[in-house]
Design a binder for this molecule. Sequence first.
Ligand SMILES: [Zn+2]
Length: 168
Amino acid sequence: MRVYLSENAFMDLLLSSAEVYKSECLGFLLGYKLEDRFIIEHAFSLQTASRKLKGVKSQDRSHKQIEPILARFDRLQIIGDFHSHTQFGMYKGVPHPSKEDIAGMTPEQIYLIVAINNNRKTMIWAENRDSTISGSVDNFFFKISAYFINGSAAVRKAKIHCPFPPGF
Ligand SMILES: [Zn+2]
């Protein structure tokens, strides 16, 4: 499984996770799914997510209010969600799904985790061999992973592809 992140979605993910840094953000991914790939066009964070330092409450994931608007854009659908994992005390945020994250996954959807930590080194943005993408912006270091549930209900990693905008 592959995930194609648009430049817009990439920017959204960085901004959403940096804005609430030290808390976690949560949002929906908009795009479409083809047989072997997810195309993510937009990522928008949920204002209604009640943020805790560690973890965002999952009951805020209903999309009743935005459903009528989404229905007007037939090419785009909610194809999954994203949230950030951030530094917590001495523990760095890592882009691995927690038990709760996995329990909240359903088939045919894609789930992105944005690990965001402080880092003073400049790291060039790249698609990594472990299927993630990572890089730094100013003092932040980001590492983004994608997961999905396959036919036998196992959690699998998808490979992320992203056309990094100039300067990244
Ligand atoms: Zn999580």
